[in-house]
Ligand binder design. Structure first.
Ligand SMILES: [Zn+2]
Length: 131
């Protein structure tokens, strides 16, 4: 991917993961450009289909575009940073991300946003006043 396009995606996201909102400046691993609709599903490499993502979110998301709501068990699309409002689907409870909708809950589940190590890292950063 062209360096300029990567830069555009990063700047649009203001340096935060567009899924879990983790700030890139606090991450030891470089962020990645995510295809919201994966290449495997004919997703284009255009700004309208790209999102800035931390490595844990992007690795867990893989080519997935949907998942099962952990509450109702229904098949739900994943959160789409280009079409959906983050605040409509997610809310913080301390270091734990809560899904306000089926899409939010499903995305948290598939992307493993509340994996114990990730919650613990956010807890430490909150205690340090950094998150
Ligand atoms: Zn993330």
């Amino acid at each position: 991917m062209a360096k300029a396009r990567r830069q555009q995606v990063a700047e649009r996201a203001m340096g935060r993961c567009e899924y879990c909102r983790f700030p890139e400046e606090l991450d030891v691993q470089p962020f990645q450009v995510d295809h919201v609709r994966a290449i495997k599903h004919s997703g284009p490499t255009t700004l309208a289909n790209l999102a800035w993502s931390c490595l844990p979110c992007n690795a867990a998301k893989g080519p997935n575009v949907a998942g099962y709501d952990p509450e109702g068990g229904t098949l739900e699309p994943l959160y789409n940073p280009r079409a959906d409002s983050w605040d409509d689907h997610f809310a913080w409870e301390g270091p734990v991300l809560k899904g306000k909708t089926a899409i939010g809950r499903t995305t948290i589940e598939v992307l493993k946003i509340n994996a114990p190590d990730r919650v613990e890292l956010r807890r430490l950063l909150i205690a340090a006043g950094l998150f």
